[in-house]
Design a protein around this ligand. Structure first.
Ligand code: SF4
Length: 62
């Protein structure tokens, strides 16, 4: 699974970086996904971060 943040939608609330810091990191005022393939052990928390994003800026692809 891959994760991507749409920078045009992200509001920089930092929630995803707290929920799943293994994948998401703040760069300036936007979150970015720092991994290519999401490691197996953090897939669940990555999905949770995507579900909890208030503006649905996180795109997950298989
Ligand atoms: S939770 Fe969504 S809006 Fe908040 S920083 Fe992450 S991608 Fe951006």
């Amino acid at each position: 699974m891959r994760a991507k943040v749409d920078p045009d939608i992200c509001t920089g609330c930092e929630l995803c970086t707290q929920t799943c810091p293994e994948v998401f990191e703040m760069q300036g005022d936007k979150a970015v996904a720092i991994t290519g393939d999401v490691p197996e052990e953090v897939i669940e928390t990555c999905r949770q971060a995507a579900e909890e994003c208030p503006v649905e800026a996180i795109i997950l692809t298989e």
